[in-house]
Design a protein around this ligand. Structure first.
Ligand code: OMD
Ligand code: FE2
Length: 471
């Protein structure tokens, strides 16, 4: 059931439609008419262009927005290192090349639920777990978990120059203020914040920590997957994506960099954090227009498609958003969900088959159980994760396999009250020091618990031959 079907709190107002060209004014007539950069923009605003693609990118890929704001975003002193006391353990400080300590392992990995961290806000609580490529080359992607115990301050904002980030709350609703307006993002909803957009993450319920996952594309942007023979509707429908409307503060302080009236802007730049203090709010955009903006989506609106005869399609059928590479059909990273759905396959092993893939699969669980893995202690649990890297074999654990092998195949609803997801990448993922050690959540017993003791069902050559096979 969609989270947003009946209950849309008033503070948050949205426009609809993936990739729509949007115009939004918090004050009437703040947008200039028929041009972008008049000599004197309306109401004494500054015009500022935010481009998400090269100026000359083809029209169907071109992304940009024009912001009409009280002061331009460049009005700040130079960036400096974040202070040690506010260091993010999984990211670097300063401009030297940051060593994430990535390790490339063929092992299947699984993590217990990551600890809540009451002392950290978004900037410190966003933990880089796995990555591929290089943000400086705009290649590859990064996978995170976040554990946030407190809101960012009223006078703080964060942005990443490294890429576009997709945020998947697992517990705790996020109140996200962006330059473009406000987003409420609850568990079973997601949002996407484009490269460079400044935002502030607050907890809806202060004192109740929030946890979730995030996927950052260093390269390209999230798009809706092609539908091919599915036709013109299905999976995530364009009209269900929601875009904030302009909302602003008027605190413009002075333009002198005198340390008074201080707003902190933290930048993630090549996986390292930098900080500047400015005397005016970054949330001063009175109006904007364009097609480069943050947006949210309610996973309950996903139109799940699957077999109505036998076998199940590849999980690509569950793709919500895709981060394509330059090679058609091959993604830097896709966001795929496993929502509640009916299974009706006849003479079919219904859970995932055993497999080894050229793609790597990072999985998380928003709630409930996943049909291929035991939950409970030492299992695949909400707030935990798993990584099956390039060609690392995996599939149901022994009990799930035996259960499904012997199950009566009447129509059945799987995943009631549950939702697992996958970040699936064509790249080999390296795991950070934080992911392997610092978090202290790696399940050492994962292989043994899952596949130790898989049964031999082989009936022997004789029987196979008698049945007329294997000759
Ligand atoms: O590994 C997983 O559980 C995800 C998955 C599910 C499925 O049905 C087929 C392939 C696949 O990677
Ligand atoms: Fe898999």
């Amino acid at each position: 059931m969609p989270v947003t079907k009946f209950d849309i709190p008033e503070k948050y107002e949205y426009k609809n439609g993936f990739d729509s060209y949007i115009e939004s004014e918090a004050v009437p007539s703040a947008l200039p008419t028929a041009q972008n950069s008049p000599q004197k923009p309306p109401l004494g605003l500054y015009a500022e262009k935010l481009s998400g693609t090269a100026f000359t990118a083809p029209r169907h890929e071109n992304k940009q927005s024009w912001l009409y704001r009280i002061l331009p975003s460049c009005a700040h002193p130079p960036f400096e290192d974040v202070p040690d006391s506010e260091k993010n353990e999984s990211l670097g400080q300063g401009g030297e090349v940051f060593k994430t300590g990535l390790k490339y392992l063929p092992n299947q990995l699984r993590w217990d639920p990551f600890d809540f961290d009451r002392g950290s806000d978004w900037v410190r609580g966003l933990h880089l777990v796995a990555a591929a490529g290089d943000p400086a080359m705009k290649q590859g992607c990064a996978m995170y978990v976040y554990a946030v115990g407190k809101s960012m301050g009223d006078k703080e904002a964060f942005y990443s120059a490294d890429g576009e980030i997709l945020i998947v709350p697992q517990t705790g609703a996020l109140d996200i203020r962006t330059e473009f307006g406000w987003l409420l993002v609850r568990p079973m909803e997601i949002c996407v914040i484009p490269r460079g957009v400044r935002y502030q993450v607050r907890l809806v319920e202060e004192g109740k920590p929030a946890r979730g996952y995030a996927l950052e594309l260093f390269q390209g942007r999230f798009v809706l997957p092609e539908l091919g023979p599915i036709g013109s509707n299905g999976l995530a429908n364009a009209r269900d994506f929601q875009i904030p409307v302009a909302s602003f503060d008027e605190d413009c302080g002075t333009t002198a960099f005198d340390g008074a009236n201080v707003y902190t802007i933290t930048a993630k730049f090549n996986n390292a954090l930098f900080r500047t203090l400015q005397p005016h709010t970054p949330f001063d955009v009175v109006a904007w227009h364009g097609n480069y903006y943050p947006y949210k989506y309610d996973l309950g609106r996903f139109n799940t498609i699957g077999t109505i005869s036998y076998d199940h399609p590849d999980p690509s059928i569950f793709t919500v958003l895709s981060g394509p590479s330059d090679k058609p059909g091959t993604s830097i990273a896709d966001f795929v969900i496993f929502p509640p759905r009916w299974l009706v396959g006849e003479d079919t092993f219904r859970p995932p088959w055993y497999h080894r893939n050229t793609m790597s699969e990072f999985m998380g669980l928003i709630k409930g159980d996943y049909d291929a893995k035991k939950g409970g202690e030492g299992g695949f649990i909400p707030g935990g994760a798993s990584l099956h890297n390039v060609m690392s074999g995996h599939g149901p654990d022994v009990d799930s396999y035996e259960g499904a092998r012997n199950a009566e195949l009447k129509p059945a609803k799987v995943g009631e009250g549950s939702c697992a997801f996958m970040f699936e990448s064509c790249l080999m993922m390296g795991v950070t020091e934080w992911g392997l050690k610092t978090c202290r959540k790696v399940q050492e017993q994962y292989n043994e618990r899952s596949w130790g003791g898989v049964k031999v069902h082989w009936k022997g050559v004789k029987i196979e031959c008698e049945r007329g096979r294997g000759q």
